[in-house]
Design a protein around this ligand. Sequence first.
Ligand SMILES: [Zn+2]
Length: 310
Amino acid sequence: MKNILSLSLVMFVFSCAAQNKIEEKSIKTSLEYLASDVLEGRSTGSIGIEKAAVFIENFFSENNIKPYFETYRDTFNVKDIIGYNVVGYIEGNDPGLKDEFVILGAHYDHIGTAKEVNGDVIANGANDDASGTVAVMEWAKYFSETKTNKRSVLFTLYAAEEMGLKGSGHLAERLKSDSLNVYTMINFEMIGVPRAEGEMMAYVTGFKESNMAEKLNSYANAEIIGFLPKAKEFNLFKRSDNYPFYKSFQIPAQAISTFDFTNFDFYHHVDDETENMDFKHMTNFINKMIPALEGGMINASTKEIKLTNE
Ligand SMILES: [Zn+2]
């Protein structure tokens, strides 16, 4: 009896470890740095965002994720400010599918400073959008290790989202002028805090634009992605980095978020800090998305995710 118990204990521990392919510790380490005061709120053109860009580049290079362009940086200007998107690339392993690209993205810039509270003016942007940035970095590392992606994947971190989607706008136009064959794009925005119990874990903006939510849930074999009426009311579909890709390519290009206007009081606030993130939730979300991304979106033999009007 004792042996059976200890064996089942070992199996239980093993299955828990195997469940999370991406570890909380790594997620936390990256987020803590990106949202630290040293980066001064990652305003585009600042010394702080430069540190963030170098951090992401180092993470990519340490994990054998190649640059898509000559370097990791896709450079653009916003008036006299120079901005950099950071773009990593993992080529697909299927000769027939690797010319089709899936783009995963998030913005790594933030607003720099915000209204002072108790002497603090740094808007750290832990949830907005270091959380999405870290998710994209971790998936890049995951696919670099597993090499399971049949389609090619671009891992894209944008600057100047907060200046009006300038970084993503630049990259979308550049890839469009290169005639890149892009299948889908998902932008991850504010995934650092969970929704209330009983609510769907996340939602997609532009829910009715495509069958993205339905397909991702069926690939994941779980109800992860739902519809948020407030996202429609505020037209969030057009307010983040997915939209330039939709405009340029006319493809399913949507944002996924777990911020629902009731679960986080610190949007563009100095208290959008690491200590207010829920790392259990983030780890759970990032891992739950893997089968949706890998099993279905990246590896399905045909383009099953389609715009509604196609
Ligand atoms: Zn954001």
